[in-house]
Design a protein around this ligand. Structure first.
Ligand code: ADP
Length: 384
C-alpha cells in the first residue's frame, strides 16, 4: 500500500462548501470545487452537499474511502483564545468550538456542521481543525486588549482575536522564501486585501498585531464593511437615528465599506470608475487608501524594522493602482516601488520594488487551502 499522502480540505460556509483534494508530495490539486446554495431545494443541507462532493471524488477515482487519504482539514473561523494551533478533532474539541459560537455566530455553526458530516463519512480518519484566529494568538496583551474595564472584557471574552490568520501565516512565510531568508529572519507587514481585508505585523514569523478584532469588522475599509470607526457612532445611530442593533450590524457589515461609499464593492469596478473621473468612486478609493497607509505606518512603528510589505488576496494580488497608492511617497521609510514591475500581471510571487529598496514590496498570491492541508498533514504525521 502506498503511504497516505493526500489531504481533503473543506471550507464549510453557511450556504456553500468549498473543497480541494491536495497531493502533499508536490502540492498538486487533484480535485477542487464548490457546492453552493445549500438550504435550497436541490441541496437541502450540508450532509447532501458533502455526499455530493464524495460522489464527485469517487467518480474520479479519488473517493474519500481511498487509502491515499491521510486526513481531512477543516477551516474553522473562530478558535477563541484556546486554539493556538491546528487541532485534531475529538468530541471534546467539537464541544469547545461550539462554545465559541457566540463569538462567530455566522461562521462557526457552518464549520461545525461540516465537521460533523465529514466525521460521519469517515469516522476512522484523522480530521483536523485549522483556525483563522490561531496565528494571531501570539499577539502581546498590549495589542490584543481593548482599553475597556478588564472585568467586563474578561466576562464577555472581549479582546482582539484577528482573522485571515491562515493567509497571514502562509504569506509571511512565502515572502521570506521569496527573499531567500528564513521566516525567523524577517519582519513583514502582510496586507490581505480581498472582499474582507486585514493587515498584520509579523516579527520573525510571529504575529504581533493585526487589524481585525473581536470580529472581522475592525480595521481596514473593506468591500462592504466599514472597518475602524468611533464606537460612539453606534450609540449615535441607535439613540438619534433609532436604528436597532440588528440594523446597525447589517449597516456596518454589509452596506458599508466601498459599497456604502460609492455603490460598488468590487475594486475592478471602482478602478474603472476612478479612471473615468467619477468623483464618488475617487473619494471611496482615497478613503480606502488613507486607511491602508495608516496601518502600514502603524505597523512600521510596531515592528521597528520592516523587511517586506506583502500584498495578497483579490485586490492585493491584482490591483496595481491600490499597491502604488498605498506606498506612494514612502521612500524616506525605505519603501521604493518599481512602477514597471508593479504593473506586470502574474500569478507568481514576486518583488515589485526597486532592487535598492530597503523594504521589499512583494505580491504573494495567498493559498489558504495549501496552508490548511500542510498544517493538517503536519499534525497527522506527528501523531503517528
Ligand atoms: P474574498 O474575501 O471573498 O475571499 P478575494 O480575495 O477573492 O475575496 O477578493 C475578491 C475581491 O478582489 C473582489 O471583490 C474584487 O474587488 C477584487 N479583485 C479581483 N480581481 C481584481 C482585479 N483584477 N483588480 C482589482 N480588484 C480585483
Amino acid at each position: 500500500m502506498t503511504a497516505a499522502s493526500r489531504v481533503l480540505v473543506l471550507n464549510s460556509g453557511s450556504s456553500s462548501v468549498k473543497y480541494q483534494l491536495i497531493e502533499m508530495t508536490d502540492a498538486s490539486r487533484l480535485a477542487s470545487g464548490l457546492v453552493e446554495r445549500i438550504g435550497e431545494r436541490d441541496c437541502p443541507d450540508h450532509a447532501t452537499a458533502l455526499a455530493r462532493i464524495a460522489d464527485e471524488l469517487a467518480h474520479r477515482g479519488l473517493g474519500v474511502d481511498s487509502p491515499g487519504l491521510a486526513a481531512i482539514g477543516h477551516r474553522v473561523v473562530h478558535g477563541g483564545s484556546r486554539f493556538t494551533a491546528p487541532t485534531l478533532i475529538t468530541d471534546e474539541v467539537l464541544d469547545a468550538v461550539r462554545e465559541l459560537v457566540p463569538l462567530a455566530p455566522l461562521h462557526n455553526p457552518a464549520n461545525i456542521t461540516g465537521i460533523e458530516v465529514a466525521r460521519k463519512l469517515r469516522p476512522d480518519l484523522p480530521q483536523v481543525a485549522v483556525f483563522d484566529t490561531a496565528f494571531h494568538t501570539t499577539m502581546p496583551e498590549s495589542a490584543a486588549r481593548y482599553a475597556i474595564d478588564t472585568e467586563t472584557a474578561d466576562r464577555y471574552a472581549v479582546r482582539r482575536y484577528g482573522f485571515h490568520g491562515t493567509s497571514h501565516q502562509y504569506v509571511s512565510r512565502r515572502v521570506a522564501r521569496l527573499l531567500g531568508k528564513s521566516p525567523e529572519a524577517v519582519n513583514v507587514i502582510v496586507l490581505h486585501l480581498g472582499n474582507g481585508a486585514s493587515a498584520s505585523a509579523v516579527a520573525g514569523g510571529v504575529c504581533v498585531d493585526t487589524s481585525m478584532g473581536l470580529t472581522p469588522l475592525e480595521g481596514l475599509v473593506m468591500g462592504t464593511r466599514s472597518g475602524d470607526l468611533d464606537p460612539a457612532v453606534l450609540l449615535h445611530l441607535h439613540r438619534v437615528g433609532g436604528l436597532s442593533v440588528d440594523e446597525i450590524d447589517t449597516l456596518l457589515n454589509r452596506r458599508s465599506g466601498m459599497l456604502g461609499l460609492c455603490g460598488d464593492n468590487d475594486m475592478r469596478e471602482v478602478g474603472r470608475r476612478v479612471a473615468e473621473g467619477d468623483p464618488e468612486a475617487k473619494l471611496a478609493f482615497d478613503i480606502y487608501i488613507h486607511r491602508l497607509r495608516k496601518y502600514i505606518g502603524g505597523y512600521y512603528a510596531v515592528l521597528g524594522r520592516v523587511d517586506a510589505i506583502a500584498f495578497t488576496a483579490g485586490v492585493g494580488e491584482n490591483a496595481a493602482d491600490v499597491r502604488e497608492a498605498a506606498v506612494a511617497g514612502l521612500e524616506a521609510l525605505g519603501i521604493d516601488l518599481d512602477p514597471a514591475l508593479n504593473s506586470v500581471r502574474s500569478a507568481e510571487p514576486r518583488v515589485v520594488s526597486r532592487a535598492d529598496s530597503r523594504v521589499a514590496v512583494a505580491v504573494v498570491p495567498t493559498d489558504e487551502e495549501l496552508e490548511i492541508a500542510q498544517q493538517a498533514f503536519g499534525l497527522v504525521g506527528k501523531a503517528e
